[in-house]
Ligand binder design. Structure first.
Ligand code: URA
Length: 446
C-alpha cells in the first residue's frame, strides 16, 4: 500500500479495496502515514463519500484500534443511546437510570461538549464529586451494581477515533456523513452492546440541519450497527429550538433531575420516555413501544428512576444531596432576566445563538482541554408558540460576571423572536421519523 496512491484513488472517486483501507489506517496508527496525509484523505472523503464496503472496513479498524468490551455475561441485554448532539440536550442524564429501571443494562459512554453543543460528561461533572474517568473494571462494577454506568471514552476505547476526531476538528472535515457515522459507531460498537438506540438531531442547533441528510446519517449508522450484529434504531428529533428550557451544563443537570422527579418540560419528558421505550423494546424488556412508554411514565412518576439516579451518583462519587435537592447545585453569581419588548407570540428560539453564547460565557470550550464553568447558561421562560405580553420574562441569564451577563442578555434577546399576536410558529415535530433495518418511517405515537 502506497499512502499517496490511496489518497489519490479516493480523490479521484475510485472505490478503495478493504485491504487498502486497513493498511492505510494501520500505517497511520503506526506513525507511517503523516497527519497531513490523513487530513488530505479525510478531505477527499468529505467530497467523495464512502461506499458501504469502504465504510465497514474503516469502522472495523477504528473499533479494533482499542479494547472491545465483553459484557455478554450480564444477565440482561446491554442497550445504549447516543445523540448526534444538540443544545439543551440533557436526555442521557435522565434516560440512563430510567432505562435501567425498565430492565436493561445501560453501559453509557458519553462525550464532552463539541462546538456549540453540550456534552453529557460536562453535565454529569456539574454534580460535585461525580467522576466520569472510570477505568473499564470500575465501569463494569458500577454497571453490575446500579444497572447503568456513565463514563467518557477512555484511551482504551476506539483510540483511532480520538486521533481522527482531533484532526477533523482542525481540518474542516467534521460535517461529513461517513466520518460522523464511523466516529460515533466505532465507539458504540466497542461497548459490547446487545442493541443501540440513536437520537439523530435535525435543525439549526444540530451538526446536520437538513432533514434529508439527517435521514441519510441515521440510515448509514443503522446499517453499520446491523452489519456488526448490533440491531440499531434511530429517532430523528427536533433541534430547531433547544430541548427543554435550560441551556448550560449545571442548569441542564437540574432540569434532568426535575424530569426524573416526574416534573420539568413536557418535550424533554416526552423524548426521554420515547427513547426509554425504544431501549426497553430493543432489550426485549417490553413487548411493545406502548408498554415501554407506560412503564417509563410510571417509573418517573413513582420516583423509581430518581432513586436509581441517586445510586448512580453515589457509585460514581457524586454528592447525592444535590440529587435530593437540586438547589444545592453551584449557582452562578450573576443572574438576570430578559423581558419581551412587545406583546405577541414567540415564533422561534435559536439554539445556535444560545449554544454559542453559552460557550462564549465560559460554559463550553474554544480550545482542547479547557476547563468550563458549569454554572453559566440560560433558563428559558418561553418556547415557540408561547404568547407573551410586553415586559414579560423571556428567560434568565446565569453568568460568572457582569461581562458574561451582558453577552448573555444580548444573545437571549437575539435568540427569541417575538412575532405578531396570532402568528403560528413553524417548528419541526419533536420526533419526526424512526429509522430501523426495515427503513425510514414517519414517526407516529401509538
Ligand atoms: N459525535 C462524535 O462522536 N463524532 C462526530 O463526528 C460527531 C459527533
Amino acid at each position: 500500500m502506497i499512502p499517496t496512491r490511496v489518497i489519490e484513488d479516493k480523490r479521484d472517486g475510485a472505490e478503495l479495496r478493504a485491504e487498502d483501507v486497513r493498511s492505510f489506517l494501520g500505517a497511520y496508527l503506526a506513525g507511517e502515514v503523516e497527519e497531513y496525509q490523513m487530513a488530505a484523505f479525510l478531505m477527499a472523503v468529505v467530497f467523495r463519500g464512502m461506499t458501504r464496503a469502504e465504510l465497514n472496513a474503516f469502522v472495523e479498524v477504528m473499533i479494533h484500534s482499542g479494547a472491545v468490551l465483553d459484557l455478554a455475561d450480564l444477565p440482561a441485554p446491554r442497550i445504549d443511546k447516543h445523540s448526534t448532539g444538540g443544545v439543551g440536550d440533557k436526555v442521557s442524564l435522565a434516560l440512563a437510570p430510567l432505562a435501567a429501571e425498565l430492565g436493561v443494562y445501560v453501559p453509557m459512554m458519553s462525550g464532552r461538549g463539541l462546538g456549540h453543543t453540550g456534552g453529557t460528561l460536562d453535565k454529569l461533572e456539574a454534580i460535585p464529586g461525580f467522576r466520569t474517568d472510570l477505568g473499564l473494571a470500575e465501569f463494569r462494577a458500577v454497571l453490575e451494581q446500579v444497572g447503568c454506568a456513565m463514563m467518557g471514552q477512555t484511551r482504551e476505547i476506539a483510540p483511532l477515533d480520538r486521533r481522527l476526531y482531533d484532526l477533523r476538528s482542525v481540518s474542516g472535515t467534521v460535517p461529513c456523513i461517513p466520518l460522523i457515522a464511523s466516529s460515533i459507531m466505532s465507539k458504540k460498537l466497542a461497548e459490547g452492546l446487545s442493541a443501540l438506540v440513536l437520537d439523530v438531531k435535525v435543525g439549526e442547533g444540530a451538526f446536520i440541519a437538513e432533514e434529508e441528510r439527517a435521514q441519510e446519517l441515521a440510515s448509514v449508522m443503522v446499517s453499520l450497527g446491523e452489519d456488526h450484529g448490533v440491531p440499531t434504531t434511530a429517532l430523528l428529533t427536533a433541534m430547531d429550538r433547544p430541548l427543554g428550557r435550560a441551556v448550560g451544563n449545571g442548569l441542564e443537570t437540574v432540569e434532568a433531575l426535575q424530569c426524573l422527579r416526574g416534573r420539568g418540560p413536557a418535550d424533554l419528558r416526552a423524548l426521554v420516555v420515547e427513547l426509554a421505550a425504544e431501549m426497553a423494546l430493543a432489550g426485549e424488556a417490553v413487548g411493545t413501544v406502548a408498554e415501554g412508554r407506560a412503564r417509563a411514565e410510571a417509573a418517573l412518576d413513582e420516583g423509581r428512576a430518581l432513586s436509581r439516579m441517586k445510586r448512580l451518583v453515589e457509585a460514581q462519587g457524586g454528592d447525592v444531596s444535590v440529587v435530593e435537592d437540586p438547589r444545592r447545585m453551584p449557582r452562578a453569581p450573576e443572574v438576570d432576566m430578559v423581558v419581551a419588548g412587545r406583546a405577541g407570540v414567540v415564533t422561534g428560539v435559536s439554539p445556535l445563538t444560545l449554544g454559542r453564547a453559552c460557550v462564549a460565557m465560559g460554559g463550553g470550550r474554544t480550545r482542547l482541554g479547557e476547563s468550563i464553568d458549569a454554572r453559566v447558561g440560560f433558563v428559558l421562560a418561553v418556547a415557540p408558540g408561547t404568547e407573551v405580553a410586553e415586559g414579560q420574562s423571556l428567560g434568565e441569564v446565569h453568568a460568572a460576571d457582569q461581562e458574561g451577563l451582558a453577552w448573555g442578555r444580548e444573545a437571549l434577546r437575539e435568540a427569541v423572536t417575538v412575532g405578531a399576536p396570532g402568528d403560528t410558529p413553524a417548528v419541526r415535530p419533536l420526533i419526526s421519523h424512526r429509522v430501523s433495518a426495515a427503513g425510514i418511517e414517519v414517526w407516529a405515537p401509538g
